[in-house]
Design a protein around this ligand. Structure first.
Ligand code: SAM
Length: 287
């Protein structure tokens, strides 16, 4: 642990000034300046020397460095090429880190990972750029790699929706998407004072342990039904599903709900993941 450089606001500012780097809001560049938060994220991720980590958005390498110390290796994907000279400097001491420059939403991350590490399990740890949180989460769960866990810092409201329980205001399509794939938990609340520049919103760290097997219902079918159920939150599940434009009559949908043991006057937001899965099983292939 001796070679560890603890980042402080002044060392980070000094690095940024020396390289003449200015943060770009459009890239969600809010950099961590608090060692406790950085360590908390890595400890909360549970990664060990056995684990390989994929990081999205290393920035100037603050979280990357902590990961390099605690994990077997880190592959970090950064969109902003201007960070290259900074990352070369801040991560110079670590031979278990590789930075891949490119857009995490455009690169073939499955190929990049498999070319390097074959079928080694993937642990994702990231302070995500907030403007693309949900597309990035969607892409990561769709990677078709042996994904084991994700530990991500996101906007607090998004964290609450990701972990939302049925019957609460936070529950919706995002909660079901996350729970379809994993067991999520908010492991840390993070005030905006630990970033430069300070974002307007507070943040939270969500740890997701990926389920061993997915529920076995075609994802697309499942999420079409979820989307329809939440399209009209104030309506009953029967009315929401029958006014969505599926090629099924109201009577047919009522029958599917009955078969699924779901009272047709309930609202979509009261249905659990299991109930949505049963509903999806009972929907026909084409609808
Ligand atoms: N990990 C650093 C930290 O915690 O201080 C920086 C986190 S900052 C919130 C998000 C980072 O993601 C920035 O470095 C930004 O340039 C990068 N980024 C933004 N969009 C990206 C994308 N589509 N693909 C990869 N990196 C991206």
């Amino acid at each position: 642990m001796d070679n560890k450089r603890l980042y402080t606001p002044s060392t980070i500012q000094e690095i940024l000034n020396r390289h003449g780097f200015t943060m770009t809001k459009a890239l969600g560049q809010n950099f961590l300046i608090d060692g406790n938060t950085v360590r908390g994220i890595v400890q909360g991720s549970g990664v060990t020397k056995e684990d390989r980590v994929l990081e999205i958005g290393p920035g100037i390498g603050t979280l990357t460095e902590e990961l390099a110390l605690e994990a077997k290796s880190v592959l970090a994907v950064e969109k902003d090429q201007r960070l290259k000279p900074i990352l070369e400097e801040t991560l110079a001491d670590y031979d278990n880190v590789e930075i891949l420059f490119g857009d995490a939403l455009k690169l073939d991350l499955k190929k990049e990972w498999e070319d390097r590490f074959g079928q080694d399990p993937v642990h994702i740890v990231a302070n995500l750029p907030y403007y693309v949180t949900t597309p990035i989460l969607g892409a990561l769960f769709d990677l078709d790699l042996p994904l084991k866990s994700l530990t991500v810092m996101v906007q607090k409201e998004v964290a609450e929706r990701m972990c939302g329980q049925e019957g609460t205001k936070d529950y919706g399509a995002l909660s079901l998407f996350i729970r379809y794939h994993s067991d999520p938990e908010i492991i840390r609340q993070v005030p905006n004072s630990v970033f430069i520049p300070r974002p307007k919103v507070d943040s939270a760290v969500v740890h997701m342990l990926v389920k061993d097997s997915d529920p076995g219902i075609p994802k697309e079918k499942f999420f079409r039904i979820v989307k329809a159920a939440f399209s009209k939150r104030r309506k009953t599940i029967l009315n929401a599903l029958s006014s969505y434009g599926f090629s099924l009559t109201k009577a047919e949908i009522r029958e599917i709900l009955e078969k699924s043991n779901i009272d047709s006057i309930r609202r979509g937001e009261t249905l659990s993941l299991t109930e949505f899965l049963v509903l999806a099983i009972n929907f026909p292939h084409e609808f």
